[in-house]
Design a protein around this ligand. Sequence first.
Ligand code: ADP
Ligand code: MG
Length: 487
Amino acid sequence: MPNENPLDNAACGLLEVAADGQIAAANSAFAQIVDRDQSALLGMRIQELLTRGSALFYETQFSPSLLLRGGLEEISFELLRSSGERVPVFVNAVLRRPDADREPRVFLAVFAARQRHRYEAELLRSRKEAEQLAEVVRRSSDAIVRLSADARIESWNTGAQQIFGYATSEAVGNPFSLLFAGDAFQELGTFSELKRGKDVNLETVGKTKQEQPVDVSVSLTPHLEAPGTLVGFSAIIRDMTKQKVAERNLLQAEKLASVGRLASSIAHEINNPLEAVTNLLYILNSRITDEDTKQLVQTAEEELARVSQIANYTLRFHKQSTDQIEVDLSMVVKGVLGVYRGRLQNSGIQIVDESSDCGPLLCYENDLRQVLLNLISNAFDAMRSGGKITIRCRELDRSGVKSFRIVVADTGTGMDQPTLERLFEPFFSTKGIGGTGLGLWISRDLILRNGGSIKVRSSQRANHSGTTFVLSFPRIDPTPFRSLTDN
Ligand code: ADP
Ligand code: MG
């Protein structure tokens, strides 16, 4: 009875076939694959259930005499369903002799190929996913490190190699603490979270092969197998240097903003009493008849004018100018030098002013004044024992591109390389409490705002020491409309 066939429970189609192909037994799974009645299969020849090509192949390859040499595995066939539809299958075949007095029979196991294809595709996909994930790990700029249970490095990625500078072969086998400056990771056992299966996250200082410190964040994960059995750790280490620098810059910008606010309010507070004193001196002057006293009051007036100029020019550095105008550079230079008249006298410093050699420059006047003030002030500071400051202006025309070049050169002490590398940083100063370190930082900002650029050359060679700042501004020709509306 076919229904009692013990093969019916098998997940694949099973067939017992005589030497000529006559089906002696078939399970229900096979009947399902070919979409036929299980009992109707008995007595049919298997060739009738195959496409012509497959039938031919069956006749030549599945004869008992050939199968005697060994079974066949995963031969692909096409079966015919009752509707004529073709079903791709894989077939395994073996030859068996159930009992001595009977002819040997061919036993076939039939797998629907579609299902197998799906399994294969799924397998392929998960393998691809795993490979992609491995690639992400391998290429990550974060260091990803696998550690043994006793916290030795077992493997790591290129990110780790880049951060710490060791070749993989140098790192593997070493204790994790090799990568850190302090003793944060000497003893992983001190982290009770790890024992409880929890991650540990902390920020600390790493140490490269070249013994350089690196700010890093570390995330450690324990790998537990059976509850409580530690098999190892994984660590993800991120280089925080850039982020730390950005944080520091932000902090400095904030400091600067408050310094700016403070300075402008001081300038404001100073201006009012200053104006009052100026007026009082004026009245006083008009009432004095004695020439000597008149002279004294006049000197007081001049000094006072300088104070108000300083208050206006140097303290209000963060104030935004309103509009770009055409500026006569030599007038600005004269104004700035006026501020330093007091310092110039008896300083042994010679001023060479060649600023009247070029036409008007379209820019924010206050910005330009501020920049020149800062540059000239620095030049003074660099020439405690006298020297020469040259201020020069030229109009350039390089293949139709017109620009202004302003040069401020001194014969002062000059700068060493570390100073040159940092001089535009906010709060960088070599002058101790005498300097704010803001002058050049602000100057560069103002120059950029006006579309210009600033370059510096400096030398500390004996008898040839000095510093030259070169500012370049694009020359924008004033529009003809400007002169019309000016009238
Ligand atoms: P500060 O003048 O308050 O120190 P700056 O931003 O104006 O700040 O200048 C930064 C630093 O650059 C100075 O402390 C000095 O070391 C250097 N420096 C700038 N200009 C000159 C110069 N003309 N000669 C020598 N050193 C200079
Ligand atoms: Mg300065």
